[in-house]
Design a protein around this ligand. Structure first.
Ligand SMILES: Cc1ncc(COP(=O)(O)O)c(C=O)c1O
Length: 438
């Protein structure tokens, strides 16, 4: 450990001096403590901060490491790349091999183009849909998160939705971000989630202006808010009738319910999807994958959708991605992992109930959320009004104090074994008890 890192206060002061806000991403401030965590090391289900404190981690790097931190398989794959001394800038057997795996497992994937982040992916997917259809407008879901570029900010979390919308009309677009021109608003329509009739009406009236519908097939950015096959199929049918490109953002939902991602889980295939995070278990890379007839617009000899960059298809990401697939492809990998996660999350609900702590543990696949203030299911964003923000803050602070780390979205990784989960359960139970007393 470096001398500067030996003292949290001195380190924080340094961080604040040299990094704006003391962090490299504004999303790193913990929503419950109001502070960032400075991490020295991560291993399996654990984080170790710069003072040597150990946390059982349920954040798993913004959900990017569902297989667990510091997996030996991924380390070995990265080491092999270092030996070869080529990191990007050329295609290579690994860029093709990873694309082949994506095409093998992800239903909509016929061809792949790599990018370096989820945000870059959602940006490119919208440009691709516009280039392919020759239309300008994009339909987004009020409350869905898609990263940090100009077309996807504003109404990008449940807390920022149009609360006056009873669910039968388009949502009003709220504040975007300082620095985003107002003209962006004219490129968007916002619809409430799980209301196909609103999209139906919009497409009937203005379908010939709409290039794409972009949505998260599972909303883990607002905890764990799910949808139905019927809704996704209704949207699929509308897109087919009106020539609209259906885009699923699977940056967070990918590889959490199984190898075929949320589209396989629900049995509805989009035209294009975005993959990232779990694709390479935390090593930077993302991909846009979709139908060949749409993807080929990228290489249109006359009017291509420009898509490329120095680090696109970087080999660290590709090597990690292939290692991640080799782990996930083991026949009983997902059933064993998801069974263990489900058992833990059911026990967590029971423990909180026994403590008389008002909370709803909601999960799908390996991701979950603890909604504090209600025991009833959270089916739509309006249900979030039942939550108790003050109690949630105290509870999650108490968890972190006890060495169980929660941030914005919660993952039970494949390396949270029964012993780790039992320890976490005890600490969370004790945090709930304490939160009720304070
Ligand atoms: C659903 C979803 N889409 C897109 C993104 C943006 O990805 P990145 O942070 O890699 O730009 C995120 C990140 O959390 C996400 O959860």
């Amino acid at each position: 450990m470096s001398p500067a890192a030996s003292n949290q206060a001195a380190f924080s002061a340094d961080a604040l001096t040299y990094l704006v806000g003391g962090v490299s991403s504004s999303f790193r401030i913990n929503p419950y403590t109001g502070r960032p965590l400075y991490i020295q090391r991560a291993d399996g289900p654990y984080l170790h901060d710069i003072e040597g404190r150990r946390y059982i981690d349920f954040f798993m790097g913004h959900g990017a490491c569902p297989l667990g931190h510091n997996r030996p398989e991924i380390r070995q794959a990265l080491a092999a790349i270092l030996e070869d001394g080529v990191f990007a800038e050329f295609d290579h057997p690994l860029t093709v091999a990873l694309a082949k795996k994506i095409v093998e497992h992800v239903p909509c994937a016929e061809q792949v183009r790599y990018v370096n982040s989820g945000s870059e992916g959602t940006l490119l997917s919208l440009r691709l849909a516009r280039g392919y259809t020759g239309r300008t407008r994009v339909v987004r879901v009020d409350g869905h998160f898609h990263g940090g570029h100009d077309y996807v900010l504003g109404n990008n979390l449940a807390s920022k939705t149009d609360r006056d919308n009873p669910g039968d009309r388009l949502s009003k677009i709220g504040p975007l971000s300082a620095g985003i021109p107002d003209v962006i608003r004219e490129t968007l329509f916002l619809v409430p989630w799980n209301r196909p009739e609103v999209i139906e009406r919009l497409a009937g009236e203005r379908g010939d202006e709409i290039a794409a519908i972009l949505m998260n097939p599972i909303d883990y950015n607002n905890g764990c808010v799910t949808t139905t096959t019927e809704y996704l199929q209704a949207v699929r049918d509308i897109c087919d009738r009106h020539g609209i490109v259906l885009i699923f953002d699977e940056i967070l939902s990918g590889f959490r319910t199984g190898l075929s991602c949320a589209q396989g889980y629900y049995g509805v295939t989009p035209d294009v999807c975005l993959l990232g995070k779990a694709l390479s278990n935390g090593v930077p890379i993302a991909a846009i994958a979709g139908k060949e007839r749409i993807m080929r617009k990228v290489m249109d000899p006359e009017d291509p959708v420009v898509a490329g960059g120095t680090f696109s298809g970087n080999l660290m990401g590709c090597a990690a991605g292939l290692a991640a697939f080799s782990i996930m492809e083991a026949p009983d990998f997902f059933p064993v992992w998801l069974r263990r996660a489900g058992k833990f999350l059911d026990s967590l609900q029971s423990a909180l109930d026994e403590e008389g702590f008002p909370a709803r543990v909601q999960y799908l696949g390996c991701n979950f959320f603890i909604y504090v203030g209600t025991r009833e299911p959270i089916r739509e964003y309006r249900d979030l009004a039942r939550l108790n923000a003050a109690l949630a803050r105290t509870f999650f602070q108490e968890c972190i104090e006890r060495g169980v780390y929660f941030h914005t979205d919660f993952t039970v990784s494949a390396m949270h074994d029964d012993a780790v989960l039992a320890e976490a359960l005890n600490q969370i139970r004790s945090a709930a008890r304490e939160a009720l007393c304070s």
